[in-house]
Design a protein around this ligand. Structure first.
Ligand SMILES: [Zn+2]
Length: 408
């Protein structure tokens, strides 16, 4: 009996164990289904995917018009040296290489009437050999009989020819067709985009919000977010608002809000970091750091002894590259690699647009200059006006004193 009872109890125990295992398995399966289902639902949400902001270091390569005096051969104007210190595109690539960053050089190939095609080719190939990106920059004035400087001044067929010529030259010199374009002084219009598409270029970076020479319509493009227009992707030139303020005798003067371009020449390192962080936190896909091939030159002169390098900008460039390279949510990228990611569906346009605002402390002269809207184009009128006023005041004081002395 005892044995039978024992077997019965063991059998009953096994049956109960099997049922328990069955129940446990069912509970486990339900739990897994809930978990997996949750994961799948969560995976579908873009909000839960860690955001990545792509940082495009872009350099417009061209001879700087104030220095283009004809006395200097081309490499000196683009790949300048000051007392053996590199201050041109090679120095930029040296610094970028330290941080494993690829620069995109938007190259103005249309200056060959002044410098020869061989001279331009040599510089283009210097960049290409080092593995950095060469894309097309269009300042067509030197190849135009009428000398028209801006792309929007040309008809559609003329723009198609300009882009075609530049595209073919770059292919001849680098073995690759350009994938991207930036119009000189952002002076693109609708025809420019059509001319690009006609030439198989589908990424443009000419749009600069509220810039008078940019003829791409504000209502059709987003300020800092990507804009897709059919086949074409617009990666805008990054801008932000700087609320410029200063102090006079201890009193803080009211701020003066100014729309600024995100570039190495006009922003110090703190500002570059603040704007970068705000754009990342607001989930912007791209930040375009803007530079020129002469950004590392503070003062150029015919006399080599008077040339001055811009050590601040050189240091800022190094530090902002270090900053983005160490940031887990920001990836420096070349335009070619960005285009590949876009083409493969790795990037979707942002839900919202965003323009950062920052408070900036400026000097009293800069503050006054901004308030009075004095700039390069009109400062001579201001100088002439002030000299004239000073002269008139001097005459008035002199005549009053003269009359007083005569009365006495
Ligand atoms: Zn340019």
């Amino acid at each position: 009996m005892c044995n039978i009872d024992h077997f019965e109890s063991v059998g009953l125990y096994r049956i109960r164990s099997k049922s328990r295992i069955k129940y446990l398995l069912i509970i486990f399966c339900i739990f897994m289904i809930i978990c997996l289902n949750g994961t799948v639902i969560r995976g579908a949400s873009i909000d839960d995917v860690p955001h990545m902001t792509y940082f495009l270091v872009t350099v417009d390569v061209e001879t700087p018009s104030p220095y283009n005096m004809g006395d200097f051969p081309l490499p000196q104007q683009i790949n300048a040296k000051i007392r053996k210190e590199g201050v041109g595109i090679s120095r930029m690539m040296d610094i970028a290489d330290e941080y494993n960053v690829l620069i995109t050089f938007f190259f103005n190939v249309y200056e060959y009437p002044a410098f020869s095609k061989d001279a331009i080719k040599e510089v283009v190939q210097t960049i290409s050999r080092r593995g950095h990106d060469v894309q097309l920059h269009t300042h067509p004035l030197l190849i135009d009989e009428k000398g028209r400087p801006y792309m929007y001044e040309y008809g559609l067929n003329e723009q198609i020819d300009i882009v075609k010529q530049g595209r073919e030259l770059l292919r001849e010199w680098t073995g690759k067709y350009p994938l991207a374009h930036r119009a000189g002084t952002y002076a693109a219009n609708d025809n420019t985009l059509l001319a690009l598409i006609e030439n198989g270029i589908f990424l443009d970076s000419s749009y600069r919000y509220k810039y008078p020479l940019c003829h791409l319509r504000e209502e059709e493009f987003r300020t800092n977010a990507l804009t897709q227009k059919g086949l074409l992707l617009e990666v805008p030139v990054t801008v932000f608002y700087g609320d410029e303020s200063t102090s006079l005798f201890g009193y803080k003067l009211p701020g003066h809000k100014k729309l600024k371009k995100f570039d190495i020449d006009s922003c110090d390192l703190d500002l570059l970091k603040i704007v970068t962080t705000k754009l990342y936190e607001n989930k912007m896909n791209t930040i375009t750091l803007f530079m020129h091939s002469w950004s590392f030159v503070r003062k150029w002169s015919a006399n080599p002894e008077e040339r001055v390098s811009d050590t601040d900008d050189i240091n800022d460039f190094r530090e902002i590259l270090r900053f983005v390279r160490n940031h887990p949510g920001i990836q420096p990228i070349s335009t070619s690699d960005f285009w590949e990611k876009w083409k493969n569906g790795g990037i979707v346009v942002e839900k919202k647009d965003f323009v950062p605002e920052t408070v900036m402390s400026v000097g009293l002269i800069t503050y006054a200059r901004r308030c009075l809207r004095i700039h390069r184009g009109n400062y001579l009128y201001w100088v002439a006006g002030l000299v004239g006023c000073g002269f008139a005041l001097a005459i008035l004081i002199f005549s009053i004193r003269f009359h007083k002395s005569r009365k006495n």
